[in-house]
Ligand binder design. Structure first.
Ligand code: ATP
Length: 306
């Protein structure tokens, strides 16, 4: 009988996630088909957050039972630290993020937050601890205000404007004739890719999660927009654990540590300078992007001044 309710739980979960903007639509549909595999353990306890340290211990995961999308990955993010993840297409970056959000359980190894295996904590507490700025931020056909505050409808006007400033959206909103009451989405004002990402950042700042996950959009942004998005991300990253999956390496060049994935494995890791000195995969990717003018943006100092 319990199984009968499972789809309803899943829909309820998906609805909340969409409402929270925690994931994009594609992921919701992805997850709908996956969700039954992942349930709260009978003895699940709420996650006890002590700082938001994240650790993947020898994690292996196979999507199709054959090739390993993630293969023996060790990844360590100290509480309050900023870690970047990069690597070629298909390297396993999204799969690592999905394992952290527990869309899947690893075939072997474990994912820990503050020393607790996330397979043994309640999913509700896990989702509370994590915030995601997705590649494609979904906007509802509603006002800009509702789109920003729905995760925290009780936010005060002062708080909202502080968040808009930090997300580098305040000037944009002031320039709109109807300001925060402007209708956006399919049937309203269309926001550019950079503006949408900053709405995603504003939502994340309002949610105030212990751990922030950024899944950088692949779409090209002009360099001014890119600077604004990066500055907004740096603001959102301040004072919390941050994991950024980046396509533009300039986004993570200032990270405490960068993990370079290749074919499901951690091929190399270190700071930007260490990885350049190593002259491996990262250095080659950096050179390629520099030549293409993609990393002309000065890397921002993450968590500077904390
Ligand atoms: P990209 O930068 O292109 O987004 P990525 O580094 O995020 O790539 P993943 O999406 O994690 O890579 O994919 C890792 C591997 O797992 C790839 O070989 C991919 O084809 C495979 N894979 C990903 N999702 C699925 C799925 N739902 N079913 C089967 N295989 C999958």
């Amino acid at each position: 009988l319990m199984n009968m309710y499972q789809p309803l739980n899943i829909l309820g979960w998906a609805y909340r996630e969409i409402k929270q903007g925690a994931i994009d639509m594609e992921r919701v549909f992805d997850t709908l088909s996956l969700r039954p595999e992942v349930a709260d353990a009978p003895d699940a306890q709420p996650l006890r957050l002590t700082g938001g340290a994240v650790r993947l211990r020898d994690v292996t995961f196979t999507h199709d039972g054959r090739s390993r999308s993630v293969n023996g990955v060790e990844l360590d993010v100290p509480a309050g630290g900023f870690v970047g993840i990069c690597g070629p297409s298909g390297a396993g970056k999204s799969t690592v993020l999905r394992l952290l959000f527990r869309f899947y359980d690893p075939d072997s190894g474990r994912v820990e937050i503050d020393g607790q295996d996330i397979a043994h904590v309640t999913q509700e507490s896990l989702r509370e601890a994590l915030g995601l700025v997705p590649q494609d931020v979904v906007l509802f056909n509603d006002t800009l205000r509702s789109n920003i505050v729905y995760g925290r409808p009780d936010a005060s006007e002062d708080e909202i404007w502080q968040v808009l400033e930090r997300a580098h959206l305040a000037n944009f909103v002031r320039g709109l004739p109807d300001g925060l009451e402007t209708r956006v989405g399919e049937r309203g004002l269309k926001l550019s890719g950079g503006e949408k990402q900053r709405v995603g950042v504003a939502r994340a700042i309002l949610k105030n999660p212990a751990i922030l996950v950024l899944d950088e959009a692949t779409s090209a942004l002009d360099s001014q927009t890119e600077k604004e998005v990066q500055a907004a991300l740096a603001e959102a990253a301040r004072g919390r654990t941050t994991i950024a999956v980046a396509h533009r390496l300039s986004t993570i060049a200032g990270a405490d540590r960068i993990f370079v994935l290749d074919d499901g494995r951690v091929a190399e890791s270190g700071t930007h300078d260490e990885l350049l000195a190593r002259d491996g995969l990262y250095a080659a990717m950096w050179r390629r992007q520099s030549e293409a003018g993609e990393s002309s943006v000065v890397p921002f100092p993450v968590n500077a001044g904390d």
